[in-house]
Each structure stands twice: as structure tokens, then as C-alpha cells.
Design a protein around this ligand. Structure first.
Ligand code: NAD
Ligand code: GDD
Length: 326
């Protein structure tokens, strides 16, 4: 029998890559999203353009006993979207409504297991003030104090999916993603995250010119390449461990170091102009002890290897946008 999967948010960055991966594994796949993937066609067998905030849409798409359901749909973006405060009500309302609908409909249709993508943004701000020594161990989540409403919604929704496990015998799985990047991710328009934004800025800059960086560039992060993210998602979904567990890289770098790596890939010498901008926590790194213990696996690809592929793709987007505009 051919296995079936539903990917909510299948038109987004991680969702469209996941659809492709599941197709490679031989699944029949349905994607659902507000929009088709922005950069290329979907490989889903069935793609529904629909709004998961609407219950009747959820009733229509969760219409069978899927073998695997992935809930990735969310109102999300990088620091320029989630830390300005301007989108707080939308982020909380939109994402919570999607999650309430998907969790409940999955339960009513007897789907046993939904994968839910939470975020490292749910970790308390007080543990992420030291850029050299942030604490993002799964056990450090409480007392809760995320620094964004986006993080609070993630915390609520991961609890929601786990409550369905306890009360209704579901086997939902929860991961906390740490800044996922790669080709076909949002690279302009305001929702892009640092790796894509820096690749775009470097691609646009002339050799020996200046690029703008938000903050002093000493804030730290780790970035996980999309293929390893998907590997972690599938391993967790098919395991006996419900989570929540970090899916992230533990190769922590400062934003200045991120810029230096991308500039070296591009073969450009660039000067950093540090300007005010939304920054979020001062330091963040994935703690991978739990994933290793529970799944016997942890991400291992270097940041540079992922950035080489990402820069190449973004540089091509920049060039083709320029030639369209010319
Ligand atoms: P993305 O924005 O590319 O994908 C999310 C998709 O959800 C979008 O295509 C969007 O159109 C869709 N969506 C939003 N509202 C919808 C609605 N009402 N109905 C149907 N579809 C709707 O983001 P992504 O990077 O692919 O992230 C996927 C998931 O992983 C999200 O839940 C996100 O919060 C989580 N996450 C991502 C990262 C990361 O670094 N990319 C980090 C932490 C958590
Ligand atoms: N986006 C962006 N663009 N960030 C920049 C830029 C720029 O041009 N210049 C410097 N930065 C800095 C930001 O100020 C921030 O301190 C850091 O780079 C990382 O920014 P992002 O990658 O945009 O977001 P984040 O790491 O704070 O949060 C992201 O990861 C979370 C999971 O770890 C977001 O994508 C969240 O939605 C996600 O949940």
C-alpha cells in the first residue's frame, strides 16, 4: 500500500522541501497552504490552496486516515517580522487558530500522530542574554519568558498538541526548530532570516563596499541547513519519543562571523556597517544532547557547506531579479 502524508504549510520553505522529500520516499502527498510554493512547482500529488484558520478547510483536507501529518503552517518570519511588535496580534491569532483547528480535526478523524514545528523562540529570554553561553536545553523552558509573542504562541501550541496526547491517546511529536536555512527560503520582502538576508546583501554588494548589519553583529545564533532539518523531522515523527526536542545546529557563530563566511564564499571583501534594527535575544544555540540521546542522531553538516549552496541560489535570484528589472 502506498503511504500517504499531509503537509500543512506545504507552500512554505520547509513544507515544500518536505513534500519533495516525502515524494522521493514514495508517499502520496497532499499539500495545503494559502499559496503555491514561491520558487518552483509543488511536487505534491494534490495541492489545496486553502486557509487553515477556517474549520471547513480543515474538514475538507483532513478527510482520510493519513499515515503522516506535518503541521508547519504559521504566520512567521525573521527578526524583521517577529520582533518589531507590529504583527503580534496577527501572529498569535493566525497561528493559534491554525493549530487549534488542525489538532482537533486530526483527533476527530482518528489520526494518531501529527508532527508540530515549534521554535527556539519559546525559550526564556533570561537564559539567552550571554552571547557566549546561552542555555537552550529543553528542560530550561520554564519558568516561561519568551521574548516575542511568536514564541508565546509556539509554547501554547506545543502544549496543545501534547495535551491531545495525554487526554486522547494521540502520539503527536513536537520539535523546536533553530533558524533553518537553505535554497528556496524567503530571501527578501521583510520576512527573511539572517542567513538569507546576509546572502542577499552580499550578492548585491560590490567588492570593497559596505553592507548593513542590524546591531553590533556580536549577537550569536546557530543555523541548520534544510536537509538536516528534514532528516530530524522524519526521524522524530517515526520514533517513540514525543519531544519537545531541539532540531538545530550547535555550531554557534556571531552574526559578524556569518557575514565573514558568506563574504568569503562570494569572494568579496566587505565592510560592515552596524545599524539599529530588530535583534531579538543576544545569544542562542541548539543544545543537542537530548536529540542524540533519544534518536541516536544529531545534525553534523557544517554551516559553511550549507551557506555555499544557499548563497549560490540567492545570488541567482538576485541576478535574475535584476535582469527582469532591466
Ligand atoms: P514559511 O513562512 O515559509 O512557511 C509557513 C507556511 O504557512 C507559508 O507558506 C504560509 O503561507 C503558510 N500559512 C500561513 N498561514 C496559513 C493559513 N492560515 N492557512 C494555510 N497556510 C498558511 O516558514 P517555514 O520557514 O517553512 O516554517 C515552517 C514552520 O516551522 C513554521 O511553523 C515556523 O514557525 C516553524 N519554524 C521555522 C523556523 C525557521 O527557521 N524556518 C524556525 C523555527 C520554527
Ligand atoms: N533578518 C535579519 N536581516 N537579521 C539580521 C540582519 C538582517 O539584515 N542583520 C543582522 N541580523 C541579526 C538580527 O538582528 C538577529 O539578531 C539575528 O541576525 C538573527 O536574525 P533572524 O535570523 O532574522 O532571526 P532569529 O534568529 O532571531 O529568529 C529566527 O529563528 C527562530 C528559531 O531559532 C526566526 O526565524 C524565528 O521565526 C525562528 O523561530
Amino acid at each position: 500500500m502506498v503511504k500517504t502524508a499531509l503537509v500543512c504549510g506545504g507552500g512554505g520553505f520547509i513544507g515544500s522541501h518536505l513534500v519533495r522529500r516525502l515524494k522521493r520516499e514514495g508517499f502520496w502527498v497532499r499539500g495545503v497552504d494559502l499559496k503555491f510554493p514561491e520558487y518552483g512547482d509543488t511536487e505534491a500529488d494534490d495541492f489545496v490552496v486553502g486557509d487553515l484558520r477556517r474549520q471547513e478547510v480543515c474538514e475538507r483536507i483532513i478527510d482520510r486516515r493519513f499515515d503522516e501529518v506535518y503541521q508547519l503552517a504559521a504566520d512567521m518570519g525573521g527578526a524583521g517580522y517577529i520582533f518589531t511588535g507590529e504583527h503580534d496580534a496577527d501572529i498569535m491569532h493566525n497561528s493559534a487558530t491554525i493549530n487549534l483547528n488542525v489538532a482537533d480535526l486530526a483527533h476527530k478523524r482518528n489520526i494518531r500522530r501529527v508532527f508540530y514545528s515549534s521554535s527556539a523562540c519559546m525559550y526564556p529570554a533570561y537564559n539567552q542574554e550571554d552571547p557566549d553561553n546561552p542555555n537552550c536545553a529543553e528542560s530550561s523552558a520554564y519558568p516561561a519568558a519568551p521574548d516575542s509573542e511568536y514564541g508565546w504562541e509556539k509554547l501554547f501550541s506545543e502544549r496543545l498538541f501534547l495535551a491531545y496526547n495525554r487526554n486522547f491517546g494521540m502520539e503527536n511529536r513536537v520539535a523546536r526548530f533553530h533558524n533553518i536555512f537553505g535554497p528556496q527560503g524567503t530571501w527578501d520582502g521583510g520576512k527573511e532570516k539572517a542567513p538569507a538576508a546576509i546572502c542577499r546583501k552580499v550578492a548585491l554588494a560590490k567588492d570593497n563596499s559596505e553592507i548593513e548589519i542590524w546591531g553590533d553583529g556580536l549577537q550569536t545564533r546557530s543555523f541548520l541547513y534544510i536537509d538536516e532539518c528534514l532528516e530530524g523531522v522524519l526521524r522524530l515523527t517515526r520514533s517513540d519519543f514525543e519531544g519537545p526536542v531541539n532540531i538545530g545546529s550547535d555550531e554557534m557563530v556571531s552574526i559578524n562571523q556569518l557575514v565573514d563566511i558568506v563574504a568569503a564564499i562570494a569572494g568579496k571583501k566587505l565592510h560592515k556597517n552596524h545599524i539599529p534594527g530588530p535583534q531579538g535575544v543576544r545569544g542562542r544555540n541548539s543544545d543537542n544532547r537530548l536529540i542524540e540521546e533519544k534518536l541516536g542522531w544529531r545534525p553534523s553538516q557544517t554551516l559553511t557547506a550549507g551557506l555555499e549552496q544557499t548563497y549560490e541560489w540567492i545570488e541567482r535570484q538576485v541576478r535574475s531579479n535584476h535582469s527582469k528589472a532591466a
